[in-house]
Design a protein around this ligand. Structure first.
Ligand code: PLP
Length: 452
């Protein structure tokens, strides 16, 4: 029946793809995927692509993971969705019971939504309302790091600071207090990762001294600023942040949307610093990349500030149609089933050095490689015009995009962030696939640079 349809043509007739200049599709039409298995995606012509970006960082345990699929199918035959105000279901209750044991201490109250950006919005509203209702109504503002990424809706964009996404909207964004983020590759204090004691925390200190009193919360991507180019910073920075938040009564909101569920080698990135945030946002890996679902988890202390007679008007009047969706919960439960067996953690521990060494051996000697950095199975290679001065290539060259196109031809889905090539594969990736994707990335980078 569908034999005569030109899928790419029909796609372009109707679909406005996310985060794309659609004119680019004249040269590179959409790749129409038919099925997935493990780290592989297959298009309608049967061509295989190794998905080492976990399809926007959400696929945790491989495409069409049999255990997650089975759990989802079973749930679909039982209950697909139910209003979440005053109604509940066993799946979501079980999920909270299990997550609370894995979360940092003190986080025990769950709100649900259906994507990361909405979770960020919810966390910000919750923090703001908390202070309105606890006699500190002067705390109305938010702090965030430079180069931050927290999603695409207006408040999430406001706390974000990647010009590519925010620049045009600045006139309609909130006025956020910006703290210069740690930058371990281009450290302003001339330190490196081995001899640093977070001298750059002074930037945070200054802003807290100046604005701490009027600030409700600071949002951070713990340890890993993903969209900024997989920038990795030390756990010590988070410890210091926890201390200063306590000092100034500012909520620490950990955006673990990208880092949660062993992406950094531990269940949550904040575990590296052994701290508990006041609010944590989860999404992406939560359902293994199966269903859109997000959770905002907070403390009993914050919850209590909303708990009163209805007439006091203190309730958190925030909802999303798909809050606590049963299909999402069934996938999240299957993800926890798999994680609780412990194989994945061991797999990451075993393969992390292999992957990182492989990449270092290939790339470190290249003329234009500024840094190779890694955490968990995430590895990033920052390409620079000048290795000595760390001067970047002109963004107009779109070097990363050239590498992306070349890698697609060879069946690897890389999606460089600017000129940072990175791997953030499903955690089940095996050595032979690592060998292949690193070799392809290397060849494509070399070729693209030589053509500049
Ligand atoms: C992806 C992401 C978000 C936004 O999540 P969406 O589901 O795309 O809205 C927020 N913060 C971080 C750190 C992310 O990686």
């Amino acid at each position: 029946m569908n034999n005569n349809i030109d899928w790419q043509k029909e796609d372009l007739k109707y679909i406005w793809h996310p985060c794309s200049q659609m004119k680019d599709y004249e040269q590179l039409p959409p790749i129409v995927i038919e099925k997935g298995e493990g780290i592989n995606l297959y298009d309608i012509n049967g061509k295989c692509y190794k998905d080492v970006v976990s399809s926007w960082w959400c696929n945790l345990l491989g495409h069409c993971n049999p255990e997650i699929s089975a759990s989802l199918k079973k749930q679909a035959d039982k209950l697909e969705h139910v209003i979440f105000a005053n109604f509940s279901h066993k799946g979501i209750i079980s999920l909270c019971m299990r997550l609370v044991k894995l979360l940092p201490e003190g986080l025990s109250k769950f709100n649900f939504s259906d994507n990361g950006s909405s979770a960020i919005e919810m966390a910000m509203k919750m923090s703001f309302q908390y202070f309105q209702q606890t006699g500190k109504s002067e705390k109305k503002r938010f702090m965030a790091l430079s180069d931050a990424y927290h999603g695409e809706t207006i408040a999430a964009l406001s706390v974000g600071a990647c010009d590519l996404y925010t620049k045009i909207y600045k006139p309609i964004l909130m006025d956020v207090i910006r703290i210069k983020a740690p930058d371990c590759f281009r450290c302003p204090f001339g330190k490196n990762r081995d001899n640093c004691s977070c001298e750059c925390f002074v930037y945070a200190q200054k802003q807290f001294e100046k604005y701490g009193k009027q600030t409700a919360a600071i949002l951070v991507e713990p340890l890993l600023q993903g969209s900024a180019g997989m920038k990795i910073y030390p756990a010590l920075y988070l410890k210091k942040l926890r201390d200063i938040c306590d000092k100034y009564d500012v909520h620490l909101i950990a955006d673990e949307i990208a880092t949660g569920f062993y992406r950094t080698g531990k269940m949550f990135a904040v575990n590296h610093a052994e701290i508990s945030p006041d609010i944590m946002c989860l999404s992406k890996g939560l359902t293994g990349g199966y269903m859109p679902m997000a959770a905002v988890v907070t403390t009993n202390k914050i919850y209590e500030a909303f708990y009163d007679d209805y007439s006091k008007g203190k309730a958190f009047m925030h909802s999303h149609t798909y809050s606590g969706n049963p299909l999402g919960a069934s996938c999240a439960l299957a993800v926890l089933d798999i994680l609780e067996k412990g194989h994945i953690q061991k797999h990451i521990q075993d393969l992390r050095p292999y992957f990182n060494n492989l990449i270092k051996e290939k790339f470190l000697n290249m003329k234009n490689v500024g840094e190779v950095r890694s955490i968990g199975l995430i590895n990033a290679i920052e390409l620079v015009k000048d290795k000595k001065t760390k001067e970047p290539f002109s963004s107009g060259l779109r070097l990363g995009y050239q590498i992306y196109k070349k890698a697609l031809k060879k069946g690897v889905l890389l999606r460089p962030l600017g000129d940072v090539i990175y791997f953030n594969p499903p955690l089940i990736i095996e050595k032979k696939d690592m060998d292949y994707v690193v070799q392809v990335a290397f060849e494509c980078a070399k070729e693209a640079i030589s053509e500049l």
